[in-house]
Design a protein around this ligand. Structure first.
Ligand SMILES: Cc1cc2nc3c(=O)[nH]c(=O)nc-3n(C[C@H](O)[C@H](O)[C@H](O)COP(=O)(O)OP(=O)(O)OC[C@H]3O[C@@H](n4cnc5c(N)ncnc54)[C@H](O)[C@@H]3O)c2cc1C
Length: 188
């Protein structure tokens, strides 16, 4: 590879590397991409990310999950998180677009086996999705059989890029009040 894999080449002006942590902390779905027998896969997961430890994120699920087993093996993976902030419509077909914030992470996974660490991460993960929700008060913490049935994978992020688009449409007719058609942004 001539260029660093995380270097943004298209619309480099949209690079927001300084916002990568904020985006990962706000995201809800991570797509975990990996290769098995030369076939690429990208599988959606809930995930955990803690801004205090920005070099890692966590995915978990059934021990039967093929995706998680491959991630836990240390094979290279790519994880993407996307927030869609708006739908952008333009007076020109080609300039319809989206406002978004997204992160692409490259790294490798490993299984988290320590029970106390697992409990802590699951508790933090629930609280990330449901602020204030507390183990022991709002729900029962996981007993050992549940922990045993679940594979928790820590993805160590080797490098990442963050990109964002904001604002209205940028087509040649969009600032021309005399041009036919409509323009705007549907905020999501
Ligand atoms: C928003 C969201 C959050 C999720 N969070 C979790 C999570 O935290 N933990 C967890 O274990 N699972 C989660 N899932 C389910 C996850 O996407 C996988 O279906 C599951 O982990 C099994 O993975 P696998 O590789 O073993 O699937 P396999 O059954 O081995 O995959 C075989 C094939 O099935 C198809 N497939 C698998 N998953 C999906 C899918 N989600 N949508 C469409 N086709 C699919 C693909 O073609 C894939 O190649 C989530 C799904 C969504 C949409």
């Amino acid at each position: 590879m001539d260029k660093k894999r995380s270097e943004i080449r298209r619309h480099a002006d949209r690079s927001v590397a300084e916002k990568a942590v904020e985006i990962l902390a706000a995201g809800r779905v991570a797509h975990l991409a990996f290769i098995e027998d030369q076939q690429p896969f990208a599988i959606p997961f809930g995930y955990h990310f803690d801004p205090r430890h920005p070099d890692r994120l966590f995915v978990h699920g059934s021990r039967a999950s093929r995706a998680l087993h491959i991630a836990a093996s240390g094979a290279p993976v790519c994880v993407t998180v996307t927030l869609v902030d708006g739908l952008v419509y333009s007076k020109s077909a080609m300039y319809h677009s989206m406002n978004y914030r997204s992160v692409v992470c490259f790294g490798r996974g490993r299984e988290v086996t320590d029970r106390e660490t697992q409990r802590q991460i699951y508790e933090d993960m629930v609280r990330r999705y449901f602020p204030g929700r507390t183990a022991g008060r709002d729900y029962a913490p996981p007993p050992d059989p549940h922990l045993e049935a679940t594979l928790l994978v820590e993805v160590l992020i080797e490098e990442a890029s963050a990109k964002a688009r904001e604002g209205g449409p940028a087509g040649p007719l969009d600032d021309d009040d005399t041009a036919p058609g409509t323009r705007g942004v549907v905020a999501l």
